[in-house]
Write a protein that binds this ligand. Structure first.
Ligand code: UD1
Length: 420
């Protein structure tokens, strides 16, 4: 298994180009099931999660080209198999995104239940209830969601009592091919949701209200869509992670190819800590700060502070002056990075969903283990400032979501290498 070796006490310089957003590419690739011809995806991040989803589609009978220079062509015309097996879903929970489009197009599918994962129970009850409301019969047996809607799905009023990103995406995709009108009350508002809706709208689906508290979709009654080209938006979490790399090392770097508006909550928090920025149309330069002040944050749905940046800010808090408080409101177990940060010398206490981080702590290199995708990036950030050579194990978690991470860090001047 690969591991990363990082030599600490780095000062970063230069710029980094941000890849396409994993969480936008995943639902859009799932949405290829709604389309009748080749779709060319542009700015696809070449990361494990994307390759896994494409592999599942190919297992179902779809065609995919190789990912070439961040482009890939997918055609789902020849899908005959509608069973998404456990072995794939366990590798990537987001495989649940296939439920809505498969059911809408084929009137039936079997999707393995995702089961538990490192960051909490993460149930899919809201996805299932929504599909039932749209007319599907659902039978859960032997760990599989067996869904049927022999005459197709029909539009319905879905009220989410909890905001769910992939749940909202599943309903949007299902509603696009359903018969009649679907209204989603209390949907997620993430930029990735907005992009999915825009792609559907540009390709003939009547859809309004995305980015607000209510989305309305008029379905095509199983008429497949004419999607041909999709260009993936930049990954705001990858961009936020590199901004944190600049912040934790108090360096001057530029993240390029971003949509600054998507990073508002992250930039606001970094400003509170003491950083200034030069923000242009598609780049953000972070400037070093005289003092890094401690901070408080609570994770929440977009446009609030993203849970996917919580671990990175915890690493940063170890270098801030005073006690920082981080509350995780979305996932009950998303604190696995604390033990590993403590191995590097961090002083953190956890009470329920609230972590207290004492700064400024001089971190010392150690062997640490990645436990989930974002936890791994927190360990890299800590390694950037730890004294000595840190070794980060189980980096397959990192490879799920960060394209060419060691090359991008090397270009910023980090002393990092990947070993087998
Ligand atoms: C998505 C993102 C993930 C991010 C998360 C929250 C993708 C592929 N992944 O995950 O990176 O961390 O949003 O921003 O886009 N819930 C239920 N029942 C359900 C569904 C969700 O109780 O049926 C709960 C979850 O346990 C969690 C909360 O709702 O507490 C939000 O989860 P959700 O938005 O669904 O996360 P994902 O879509 O899995």
């Amino acid at each position: 298994m690969d591991y990363l070796v990082i030599k600490g006490n780095n000062k970063l310089k230069g710029s980094v180009k941000i890849s396409g957003a994993k969480n936008s590419a995943l639902p859009l690739i799932a949405a290829s099931i709604l389309a009748k011809k080749d779709i060319k995806f542009i700015n696809i991040p070449n990361i494990t999660d994307i390759r896994t989803l494409i592999k599942i589609l190919v297992m179902l009978g779809a065609y995919s080209s190789e990912i070439n220079g961040n482009e890939v062509v997918i055609n789902t015309n020849n899908i005959t198999n509608v069973k998404v097996i456990y072995d794939m879903v366990r590798k990537m929970r987001a495989s649940i995104l296939l439920l809505g489009p498969l059911l809408a197009r084929f009137g039936k599918c079997q999707v393995s239940l995702p089961g538990g994962c490192a960051i909490g129970a993460r149930p899919v009850d809201l996805h299932i209830k929504a599909m039932q409301k749209m007319g599907a019969k659902i039978d859960i047996k032997n760990g599989y969601i067996n869904a049927t809607a022999t005459n197709g799905l029909r539009g319905a009023h879905i009220v989410f009592d909890k905001i769910t990103v992939t749940g909202t995406e599943n309903v949007i995709m299902a509603a696009a091919l359903a018969k009649g009108k679907t209204i989603i009350t209390n949907p997620a508002k993430e930029p990735e949701i907005v992009q999915l809706c825009e792609v559907l709208r540009q390709n003939g689906v009547e859809i309004v209200g995305y980015g607000s508290d209510e989305i309305t979709i008029i379905g095509t009654d199983r008429e497949l869509l004419d999607i041909s080209n999709v260009s993936i938006i930049p990954d705001r979490i990858e961009a936020g992670t590199y901004l944190c790399a600049g912040a934790i090392t108090n360096s001057n770097i530029i993240v390029k190819g971003v949509i600054p508006k998507h990073l508002e909550s992250i930039i606001n928090k970094l400003s509170e800590i003491g950083f200034n920025f030069n923000i242009n149309k598609d780049s953000i330069e972070i400037l070093p700060s005289k003092e890094l002040k401690s901070f408080e944050l609570s994770t929440s749905e977009y446009p609030g502070f993203p849970t996917d940046m919580q671990a990175q800010f915890m690493a940063l808090a170890t270098q801030c002056n005073g006690v920082s408080i981080i509350e995780e409101k979305l996932f009950e177990n998303r604190f696995m990075h604390i033990n590993e940060l403590q191995r590097l010398g961090a002083s953190i206490s956890l009470l329920g969903s609230i972590a207290k981080i004492n700064g400024i702590t001089k971190l010392k290199a150690a062997d640490v283990m990645a436990t989930d995708l974002r936890a791994s990036s927190a360990l890299i950030l800590a390694g950037l400032v730890a004294d000595g050579e840190s070794v980060i194990h189980r980096i397959y978690h990192l490879d799920r979501g960060y394209e060419n991470i060691e090359q991008k860090l090397l270009n910023l001047g980090v002393n990092i290498r990947r070993e087998k």
